[in-house]
Design a protein around this ligand. Structure first.
Ligand SMILES: Cc1cc2nc3c(=O)[nH]c(=O)nc-3n(C[C@H](O)[C@H](O)[C@H](O)COP(=O)(O)O)c2cc1C
Length: 447
């Protein structure tokens, strides 16, 4: 898939997208509907009639991990293995001059970000409307190597946004280097980006590596790019919307509060200011909105974490069935085909050290579903020996957001695998015929 709309079309063809024609208020109502969907069928939603804008809003397009795999042309069962194998591939971009994303161009006084984009307000105490599904792309001020990352942006009004992009995040480092030379950082915000770019923006791509080239490799075809109208930056030609501008030097303004992915609020902090120089878009552009901490966000954040941990653990354990982050992305569950009693211990150590945020790791046998939190709790309760199978590593930091970092100190590992000599005693029951039964063939009509 090379475009956001191909992903929407695919979801619709599979019955995984629901359309909403009824008018919804972008302040709270749209998010409330999205929350219900994420807690139920978890389909993607396409809101056709959002108050105050002509632009339809798509959300929850990555509600399923399998969609992340499919959008990259990969099988979910082999996702992590294949992502690791593809890690070092790059494809140079394909430069074009005529681009769908520049069918409509707004510049100068014609821009008002509080009017020209959907004004979605998510949580109760949010400071206002935010862009939550913007991929920020910028060339390095010296080397020209492109970085891509997701950063929330507060829609202030006229040509102003506020954005959080602190170092060590790569974009923050790019800005710090531009600022040290007395320059602003030219930067574009891409909404409705090609899936390969959305995924590379969420992944831990090394600082020196060009993420537009990585995006091309993920999608299996060079990324088509076009030069922005007002800044020296190349953007995906087939995106839905691009906001061109600069991150201003030497200015920080209060941004927030914002209800973010840990399900709490990030308090007001001094963050960067983005001055918009143009908005370009397709005539029939679709806006993308992501609920921080919702199923879509947790898949985008989770798959790169699972991949990083896969790399580390596979050095010790050859037979990893899969790695999941059920419930939340500060923990992971690794399902392995254990061959000796040292493997779970090494896997725990590798995983806890393999990703900074990872705070809790559980190792389960191959007959436990790592994606099913209830199955994992079952394994801990029926198979773990707390006397010897729980490891606490004190004081190591995990999530390092300044104001909450002291809560996130220390890591825990749980070995919930059965001792090899007792495997026979722990065989899980199977119920012949269970897989082929359809309840509607048995239950009386009307009950
Ligand atoms: C939907 C979404 C929103 C995100 N929002 C932010 C954000 O507002 N600020 C931030 O620092 N990281 C945010 N992240 C995480 C970064 O985009 C992610 O860590 C990325 O890998 C950083 O890129 P880098 O490795 O080029 O620094 C978000 C991730 C996703 C998937």
């Amino acid at each position: 898939m090379q475009t956001f709309r191909q992903l929407i079309e695919r979801l619709e063809a599979k019955g995984d997208l629901a359309r909403v024609s009824r008018q919804v208020d972008p302040k709270h109502e749209l998010t409330a509907v999205m929350r219900h969907m994420q807690r139920g069928d978890n389909k993607a939603l396409l809101f056709k009639n959002v108050k105050g804008t002509d632009i339809p809003v798509a959300t929850n397009v990555f509600g399923f991990r399998s969609t992340v795999a499919e959008s990259l042309g990969l099988e979910e069962g082999n996702l992590l293995r294949t992502l690791v194998a593809l890690e070092n591939r790059r494809l140079p971009v394909d430069r074009v001059t005529d681009a769908p994303v520049q069918e409509v161009v707004l510049t100068g006084d014609k821009i008002d970000v509080a009017r020209d984009l959907p004004q979605i307000v998510y949580a109760e105490h949010d400071a206002g409307a935010y862009i939550t599904a913007g991929v920020l792309i910028a060339p390095h001020p010296e080397t020209g190597v492109y970085n891509a990352s997701w950063n929330r942006c507060q829609l202030v009004g006229d040509d102003k946004l506020r954005v959080r992009m602190m170092p060590p995040q790569h974009l923050g480092r790019y800005h710090a280097e531009a600022e040290a030379k007395g320059r602003n950082l030219p930067c574009a915000i891409v909404i409705g980006a090609p899936p390969g770019l959305m995924f590379s923006a969420a992944s831990k791509v090394p600082y020196e590596v060009d993420e537009l080239e990585v995006a091309g490799a993920w999608q299996g075809k060079p990324l088509r790019v076009v030069r922005c109208k007002t800044i020296p930056v190349d953007v995906p030609a087939d995106a839905e919307i691009v906001i061109e501008g600069e991150v201003i030097r030497d200015i920080r303004e209060e941004e927030g509060p914002f209800g973010e992915f840990t399900d709490g609020y990030v308090p007001v902090m001094k963050n960067h200011v983005f001055r918009v120089t143009a908005i370009t878009r397709r005539k029939d552009a679709i806006y993308h909105a992501i609920l921080a901490g919702g199923t879509e966000d947790l898949n985008l954040v989770g798959v790169p974490i699972q991949t990083e941990i896969y790399k580390k653990v596979s050095a010790f354990v050859p037979r990893i069935k899969d790695i999941a982050t059920p419930g939340y992305v500060f923990g992971c569950v690794i399902s392995i085909e254990k061959q000796n009693e040292d493997q779970p211990k090494n896997a725990l150590l590798a995983a806890l050290g393999g990703y900074s945020w990872t705070k809790v790791v559980v190792i389960v046998d191959e007959d436990v579903d790592p994606f099913n939190a209830a199955d994992v709790l079952w394994a801990i309760q029926t198979r773990c020996t707390p006397d010897t199978g729980v490891y606490a590593i004190p004081r190591v930091p995990s999530y390092t957001r300044e104001d909450v970092r002291d809560v996130h100190r220390g890591k825990i590992g749980i070995d919930a695998t059965v001792p090899i000599p007792l495997k026979g005693l722990f065989e899980r029951r199977r119920f012949p015929g269970e897989g082929s039964i359809r309840l509607e063939d048995y239950i009386d009509v009307g009950h």
